[in-house]
Design a protein around this ligand. Structure first.
Ligand SMILES: O=C(O)CCC(=O)N[C@@H](CCC(=O)O)C(=O)O
Ligand SMILES: [Zn+2]
Length: 341
């Protein structure tokens, strides 16, 4: 295994050739296909989950994390955290698709139970169990989860994070410092529960969780990983316990989710062209989308209420009932730091 490429082996199929092993500093094991656990021989302070390919065609994070796995297995880093690396939607990754039947990132927190059984519902149930097994070992040690994605559209912020809604408390200062240190351009703060992986770990396990978006989705081999050295180094710092200095970091732009655009029916129309980049500004009054709910015969209108509004992830091709975009409002980092968002 030490010389095996985790990505190549995972792409080849679900067979796990070697289930566990050990280097001089770390025990490793593979509880499921596409999942690898690292446990430092000399103990640890934090428990970290790094997930990638929850959408199968989002390959840059997979390439970055695969490099990291090889480096850990060849003893390049002295791990100071217990680390779980998860490749999410394996069959979709093998076929270069976002998903096969249902978007895996809409199935966590038991939302998979709302659908007929398929590859993604089974994978969501299995990943929930893997996460539970991982975190329950050390309930008193801080938990972190970074779920790495790439976006469908171009973006005015090349790299950004989405913080899951917190029902109580505020975002951990150490996590906010780390997010600043990796060179992200923006943070988006959610204000309602979701069926995403990062919301699941945050809500269910009080993990300090964040979805990270790294550029635009491209096939394997076509990514310019140089764009993401900040994130890659940030993950290395995190897992090797290196303290980061953010005194010279650029201030992060911060946005609140002002409205979630839901596609209710086939009559949904989106008034945003395909070439409009994420975080594009729209004026007050702009009609973003319309829909019709036939059960109550109600017309639904999504409009920019407060000036200006910024659009994120507009997508008319999602299944009915799912999120077709987020409308954002500008906020600022100091409010986030003070726990006032
Ligand atoms: O570009 C897009 O439209 C989607 C990119 C993506 O997969 N984003 C995640 C964000 C998850 C979150 O809100 O935390 C997703 O839509 O699942
Ligand atoms: Zn994604």
């Amino acid at each position: 295994m030490v010389n095996v490429d985790f990505l190549s082996e995972t792409l080849a199929g679900d067979e796990i050739k070697q289930a566990s092993g050990q280097t001089s500093s770390v025990f490793w094991s593979r509880p499921e296909a596409g999942v690898i656990l690292f446990e430092p021989v000399n103990g640890y302070q934090q428990q970290v989950i790094i997930s990638v390919a929850v959408h199968g065609n989002e390959t840059a994070p997979v390439e970055i994390v695969n490099r990291l796995i090889s480096a850990i297995l060849s003893n390049q880093y002295l791990l100071k955290v217990r680390l779980l690396v998860v490749f999410g939607n394996l069959d979709a990754m093998r076929q270069g698709k976002r998903y096969l039947n249902i978007d895996l990132n809409r199935l966590f927190s038991d939302h998979h139970l709302n659908y007929d059984s398929c590859y993604e519902t089974q994978r969501a149930a299995m990943l929930q169990k893997v996460v539970n097994d991982f975190y329950k070992v050390a309930p008193d040690k801080p938990r972190l989860h970074f779920d790495l994605h790439t976006a469908i559209r171009a973006s005015q912020h090349a790299t950004f994070g989405l913080l899951p809604f917190l029902h109580e408390g505020s975002y951990q200062p150490e996590m906010l410092t780390w997010l600043q240190s990796v060179g992200l351009e923006a943070l988006v703060v959610n204000h309602e529960s979701a069926a995403t992986f990062s919301y699941f770990t945050s809500k269910q396990f009080s993990a300090n969780s964040c979805t990270l978006e790294l550029g635009k989705a491209k096939p394997f081999g076509e990514n310019d990983l140089q764009q993401f050295t900040g994130i890659e180094q940030g993950i290395i710092n995190l897992i090797t316990g290196k303290v980061v200095d953010v005194s010279g970091a650029l201030p992060l732009s911060v946005y609140n989710v002002a409205d979630v655009i839901i596609k209710h029916s086939d009559q949904f129309t989106l008034n945003i062209r395909d070439d409009v980049a994420n975080f594009t500004e729209f004026p007050k009054g702009y009609l973003l989308a319309t829909d019709f709910m036939s059960d109550t015969e109600t017309e639904v209108i999504y409009q920019v209420e407060n000036e200006p509004g910024y659009i994120l992830f507009p997508n008319k091709n999602v299944k009915n009932g799912l999120r077709a975009g987020l409308l954002l409002a500008k906020s600022n980092f100091s409010l986030l730091e003070k726990g006032e968002l």
